[in-house]
Design a protein. Structure first.
Length: 309
């Protein structure tokens, strides 16, 4: 078995120096000023040993990685009824695409494209005030990461709200089909805020541990979801977690993973480890470029791909 600490050191050193860094997301003005020269990684193995490298303690905007946790929370609240509102097929389209929604009568392809995640947020919101729903999501992340200091970056949330024209269009379009129940402003307010939660790699890898261990956090013994549900969430991460780059991610990395336009990726090596990487520069599909490269090296060297060594 290769030495994980050494592998992470090698990867962190290489990623700090590589010239191909991708481009930071600039459609959310607050993210446009992030320094692309940063790179962080945290890996937590089955015994709870934490291995970190680079800027693993620097908080970043988790953006769409939050969709894994809102999906988990919504499934806990409404169970399989969720699948009446959202599909679970890869979209093969960009994360903020509108075309597919029209063809499919307002029902989003999966819970990880923006339209699907907005519909999931709307389910969590139903029967609650926006503040309560947001509090629920934030507390869930704090509980999973065992860290009550995790917070929302209000400037990022406000910045996205000011320029969230596409997401507003998606939400209004779904509302016209009855897929969104609450006032569009409320649903989007909660959505923008949960995307604006700031975490570092270590916190994110801790929060993802239940997905690597059959729904249970081995550190606390708490069962977060059933083993069956964890397996299914992982399946959706594998097929839909990187938008229209999901096939490439499966091909190169071979793990369930979810990316965000802040440059973070949460990846799950079932039975082995929970992994978070962060590099703010994105590829053309909106996924962290060096994050993917780092994960490809990690899975190859450790033999962790779910498809074999
Ligand atoms: N808050 C972002 C948006 O809705 C999330 C996109 C992403 O991280 O991929 O545009």
């Amino acid at each position: 078995m290769p030495d994980l600490a050494l592998v992470i050191r090698d990867i962190s050193e290489e990623m700090a120096q590589r010239p191909d860094r991708g481009a930071v997301a600039d459609y959310i003005p607050e993210l446009a000023g992030i320094d692309p020269n940063q790179f962080g990684i945290a890996v937590i193995d089955g015994e709870g040993q934490v291995f970190t490298g680079g800027d693993s303690e620097t908080p970043f905007s988790i953006q769409s990685v939050s969709k894994v946790f809102t999906l988990t929370l919504a499934l806990g609240m409404v169970g399989d009824r969720l699948w009446r509102r959202v599909g679970r097929e890869p979209s093969g389209n960009p994360f903020n695409s509108i075309v597919q929604l029209e063809r499919e009568r307002g029902v989003p392809r999966n819970p990880f494209i923006n339209a699907g995640a907005i519909a999931v947020t709307d389910l969590i919101l139903s029967g609650h005030e926006p503040r309560e729903a947001l509090g629920e999501i934030l507390r869930f992340l704090q509980f999973l990461a065992q860290d009550p200091t995790i917070a929302i970056d209000e400037r990022v949330a406000a910045s996205e709200k000011r320029t969230g024209f596409r997401n507003t269009a998606l939400a209004n379009y779904m509302k016209s089909f009855g897929v969104i129940e609450n006032p569009v402003d409320y649903t989007l307010g909660v959505y923008f805020h949960h995307c604006a939660i700031a975490m570092n790699c270590r916190q994110l890898a801790t929060a993802g541990r239940f997905l690597a261990h059959n729904g249970r956090n081995p550190a606390t013994g708490h069962s977060v979801v059933s083993a069956e549900r964890a397996r299914r969430i992982n399946a959706i991460m594998l097929t839909c977690g990187h938008y229209d780059g999901s096939g490439e991610f499966a091909y190169r990395v071979g793990l369930p993973g979810k990316s965000g336009v802040g440059g973070g990726i949460l990846a799950v090596a079932p039975g082995k480890a929970s992994i978070a990487v962060w590099a703010p520069g994105l590829d053309t599909a909106g996924n962290s470029h060096l994050g993917r490269v780092a994960l490809e090296q990690l899975t190859q060297r450790m033999g962790w791909s779910v498809f074999g060594v």
